[in-house]
Ligand binder design. Structure first.
Ligand code: UD1
Ligand code: CA
Length: 453
């Protein structure tokens, strides 16, 4: 049996008070809808249909290039109406999992359990028990069997006491949806076509209704406002922090780390407070990361140290390197073992060989440095003439004096030396010394201008 997923994402999300469609708000750097789509992909759904309405263009644009089928619901007339819009796109013999774009932390395992209970004869509901069920649809049972879902606004006082609630997620065969959805009526307190009304139709048709519950209530928690968005963000981050610690990593404070993507960390590494990891980051063993670092799509080799307030993006750092504090490694920075990038140094498309050092206040861009190069404080590679980017190449063992400008394209040879304060516009051969600065003139007996009274 094929499995198709329908994700409801047409609602406005008024309480978010945002121009961004609700389902596009991020949890851990990925939109809520993105999380739900990933869960659907994780169970290898044969097709994923997303019902969009409010802000549809923004939503579809964000996923352009993904294999998704978009369903337009121009008027939001209820959850039953929303799913109905997807009917023409569903294969008759599919099982259909209905998910919500604003319930982002649903686990693939739970979806799998839910889907497995649904075939041509049976359907399955995802329910949970809540101490305070206010606002949710209540699961009405008779002799233990589910017989109906009653919305808060339509419930009688007795039903309002029911603590088992509808999460909204369910698995139903397309065949049944085709029969039931066109028969829904909007004769209820909200004047909407309730998806939940299909339960009574299922009962009438003798379709068995199974119930699955999630591992944790977080999986079925929806987001209606920014406070709820933040609750889920913090829950998600606490799970990520626990994962990292279970791999043998010490965190200075498990509540002060943010992982927005995939992070792997080797044993005995230490991460200080307020670090943010984005995209895919691989960090080796025995790495120390100081406070306030932001690390994006980068890898850091065993034994390296990243000191406070450093920012790394698309950088590759080998073993035993020493970075920061206040270093900025921009895309294309590749450091070999034992390289050192000190404070207030910016690198971009810079390849440094083993043991090379740029310790203070420098910009190294579009550059290739050999092994054991020493770049003095305040050195700038002048890589841009306003139109073109050019390359600086520095050979093994070269020594670049402080406050040097290297006007690219330029090459400094192996073991060459550049005198401090030089503006280097021509190549320097191996072993040569280049000095390119104004000659010092000393004037004796010169007197400074004096202030007149
Ligand atoms: C729905 C359920 C309720 C359940 C609750 C769980 C119904 C009638 N009620 O109520 O039993 O306890 O979810 O959160 O199903 N949507 C559309 N198009 C529409 C209407 C809604 O795409 O026309 C989407 C919304 O964007 C949202 C989801 O469906 O993602 C749920 O809609 P919402 O209005 O929040 O449903 P509830 O009234 O909370
Ligand atoms: Ca809701």
């Amino acid at each position: 049996m094929k499995t198709e997923v329908v994700i409801l994402a047409a609602g406005k999300g008024t309480r978010m008070r945002s121009t961004l469609p609700k389902v596009m708000h991020p949890i851990a750097g990925k939109s809520m809808l993105g999380h739900v789509i990933d869960a659907a992909r994780a169970i290898e759904a044969d097709a994923i249909h997303v019902v969009v309405g409010h802000g549809a263009e923004k939503v579809t644009a964000a996923f352009s290039g993904d294999k998704l089928s978009w369903v337009q619901q121009t008027e939001q007339n209820g959850t039953g109406h929303a799913v109905r819009q997807a009917l023409p796109d569903l294969a008759d013999d599919s099982r259909v999992l209905i998910l919500y774009g604003d319930v982002p932390l649903i686990a693939a395992d739970t979806l799998k359990r839910l889907g497995d209970l649904c075939d041509g004869q049976r359907m399955a509901l995802l329910t949970t028990n809540m101490n305070d069920p206010t606002g949710y649809g209540r699961i009405v049972r008779e002799h233990d069997k589910v017989v109906a879902i009653v919305e808060q606004k339509d419930a009688n006082p007795e039903q309002l006491c029911i603590q088992e609630v509808n999460t909204g997620m369910m698995a139903v065969s397309a065949k049944h949806l085709n029969k039931w959805l066109p028969a829904l009526s909007s004769d209820n307190a909200q004047g909407e076509y309730y998806l939940t009304d299909i339960i009574e139709m299922a009962v009438a048709d003798g379709v068995a209704i199974d119930v699955v519950q999630p591992e944790t209530v977080w999986e079925v928690q929806g987001v209606n406002d920014r406070a709820q968005l933040n609750e889920l963000e913090r829950y998600y981050q606490s799970c990520k922090a626990k994962e990292i610690m279970s791999e043998g990593v010490t965190l200075a404070d498990a509540n002060r780390i943010d992982i927005r993507g995939k992070l792997s960390v080797g044993q005995d590494s230490y991460i200080d407070v307020n670090c943010v990891f984005e995209g895919e980051c691989r960090i080796g063993a025995n790495v120390t990361i100081g406070p306030n670092c932001v690390i994006t799509n980068s890898s850091i080799g065993d034994g390296s140290t990243i000191k406070a307030s450093s920012v790394l993006e698309d950088a590759v750092v080998a073993e035993d390197c020493d970075i920061g504090p206040f270093a900025r490694l921009r895309p294309g920075t590749v450091l070999a073992a034992r390289a050192k990038i000190g404070n207030f140094v910016e690198t971009k498309k810079a390849v440094l060989g083993v043991g090379s050092k740029v310790n203070h206040l420098s910009y190294i861009g579009d550059s290739e440095l050999g092994e054991n190069v020493n770049v003095g404080a305040g050195t700038i590679t002048c890589n841009y003439d306003g139109v073109n980017k050019s390359k600086t190449v520095i050979g093994d063992g070269a020594f670049i004096g402080s406050n040097t400008s290297l006007v690219a394209p330029v090459t400094v040879g192996r073991n060459a030396t550049v005198g401090a304060g030089s503006t280097i516009t021509g190549n320097v051969a191996d072993e040569e010394l280049a000095v390119a600065r104004g000659k010092q003139r000393n004037i004796s007996g010169w007197s400074r201008p004096q202030k007149k009274n």
